[in-house]
Write a protein that binds this ligand. Structure first.
Ligand code: FAD
Length: 488
């Protein structure tokens, strides 16, 4: 009987387009799929509360799919290197396969596993599948990482088609004896006090849920460019948590939208290109994280190290609770709390409000998102927050300050998004829905609002805050080019 192969599942909770799994199945011996919960090895960026909720349900879904194919998911807890070495000894496995992750500590964890397994005489096979192109392979003419998105994406596109996606194995050969597994509940991923009702009704974690989301979105892709900035419309894919947990891959998406590539009209419409470009931003964030692994903690542009951020716990709490008095900002933060997700345009507005109107560090905002987002991704979250803070790659210049009222009037023109998430304002007519403090007492009374009691006055005056932010910017020193790390 050939020896078993262990497949170490990480952020790749699917069966299709899974090269590490397929390689194990094709080895012609039994396969033992394992997931190891080891939050200590993720340091300050262990999965937050919303991500843990997702992970619980995604692992359950993966185990169900494996059982349909004659297999099952073994769950373990502990440091990956020791756990894999022990499991290999227990099962007699001679090979372990896994998919690359790109977060600095996840890379360190994999290096530790590689060293320990190799020392024990066990072969390791590692595969790229979470990105269109492996980091380190998309570099500028001087062999350096890109720090501006458009040339990065052009270089990605110039590399041609990404690898075609692989099929899911029809069966996964089982060992004669299964190693012991922890029950899923022992990982304690679900919240002890059940705050996840909103998440449950908004999402279906797992590979099947990802494909339902895709099937729902694909026929609407034609409206992507026109609608993607409108939080009041269902115009974007909402695939981000599925992509983050590896339930669907970017190359599956790429080949899906391009499957009619010979017919110009089907595969290359501006909407399809626009959508793929956004997948390209995810790619950009991951490549940057590999080249600049210090960026989850420190600005890419080092002059921002000395930015005079404010300590403002009261402002922070008002922001977190959606009580800033700016309806679009509050709607976004309440949507986040209720569903674990927020629309991209609104993420940009709430992030700008925190770092520019409240002068609170981008890092504090990133930490809040980390705990509350179901799609919390170290690469994308760092990219998004440093973009908003003006201190990252291809960032919004710090001096360009979003006006939360004008943004709201442009992107939520009828106030439908605000009415959904800030119901106390729902009876306010359009001219005041995004600026209730300018409504007359009679308008407020007719809408049933007692301003300052039912809904707060703005916690900060935007025009004053803008001047303060620009003054703070003037106090920091001139830019220095950041030095890249070596690629994978
Ligand atoms: P779609 O518009 O349907 O786009 C398809 C996919 O492309 C997304 O699922 C996502 O994987 C990728 N994508 C789209 N826009 C971006 C972008 N600007 N940057 C990187 N990838 C993108 N995204 C995360 O996945 N995790 C995060 O933790 C995260 N934090 C963010 C924090 C801030 C401050 C900001 C401004 C943005 C953040 N984003 C993050 C990016 C973006 O907001 C989300 O990816 C997007 O809103 C997800 O919705 P969607 O799936 O409907 O996107």
């Amino acid at each position: 009987m050939p020896s078993p192969t262990l497949v170490w599942f990480r952020n790749d909770l699917r069966l299709a387009d899974h090269p590490a799994l397929l390689a194990a199945v094709e080895r012609d011996g039994p396969v033992v799929p394992v997931y190891i919960w080891s939050p200590e090895e993720e340091g300050a960026w262990k999965p937050g509360g919303a991500s843990q909720w997702w992970l619980h349900h995604s692992l359950a879904a993966l185990d169900r799919s494996m059982r349909e194919r004659g297999s099952r998911l073994t769950l373990r807890r502990g440091p990956a290197a020791e756990t894999l070495t022990a499991l290999a000894a227990e099962t007699g496995a001679r090979t372990v396969t896994w998919s690359h992750r790109y977060e600095p500590l996840a890379r360190e964890q994999a290096r530790g596993a590689l060293t320990a397994l190799t020392a024990a005489g066990i072969a390791c096979e590692r595969y790229h599948s979470a990105l269109l192109h492996p980091p380190g392979q998309v570099l500028n003419g001087s062999g350096k990482p890109f720090q501006v998105f458009t040339p990065f994406w052009k270089a990605c596109c110039a590399r041609g088609k990404p690898e075609p996606p692989l099929p899911a194995p029809e069966t996964i050969p089982a060992p004669s004896d299964w190693p012991g597994s922890l029950p899923l509940s022992a990982l304690e991923l679900e919240p002890k006090v059940d705050w996840a009702g909103g998440l449950r009704s908004a999402w279906e974690p797992g590979e099947a849920g990802a494909w339902k989301r895709w099937s729902d979105f694909a026929p609407r892709i034609g409206g992507y460019s026109a609608g993607r900035d409108r939080p009041d419309l269902p115009a974007t894919s909402r695939l981000s948590p599925h992509l983050h947990h590896g339930e669907i891959t970017p190359r599956q998406i790429w080949h899906h939208v391009r499957k009619n590539t010979n017919r110009e009209s089907a595969g290359h419409t501006p909407e399809v290109e626009h959508f793929l470009r956004e997948i390209g931003w995810r790619e950009f964030g991951h490549h940057l994280l590999v080249h600049f692994p210090h960026t989850p903690e420190f600005p890419l542009r080092s002059e921002y190290d000395s930015f005079p951020w404010e300590r403002d716990p009261v402002g922070m709490q008002a922001w977190q609770r959606g009580q800033t008095g700016y309806p679009l900002v509050d709607a976004g933060l309440r949507e986040l709390w209720a569903t674990g997700w927020m629309h991209n345009r609104v993420r940009m507005v709430v992030a700008s409000f925190l770092v520019k109107d409240l002068l609170i560090s981008w890092h504090e905002g990133a930490r809040w998102f980390w705990d509350t987002l179901v799609d919390a991704s170290l690469a994308n979250n760092t990219l998004g927050w440093q973009w908003a803070g003006g201190c990252g790659a291809d960032a919004a210049p710090y001096f360009r300050v979003f006006n939360p009222v004008l943004q709201a009037e442009k992107f939520d023109p009828d106030g439908a998004y605000v009415r959904q998430w800030v119901p106390e304002l729902s009876r306010l007519p359009v001219p005041w829905i995004h600026r209730p403090w300018t409504a007359s007492p009679s308008v407020l009374q007719a809408a049933g609002i007692n301003l300052g009691i039912d809904y707060p006055h703005p916690i900060v005056d935007h025009a004053w805050a803008r001047d303060r932010a620009l003054g703070a910017l003037a106090r920091i020193s001139k830019p220095e080019a950041p030095a890249p790390e070596a690629p994978l």
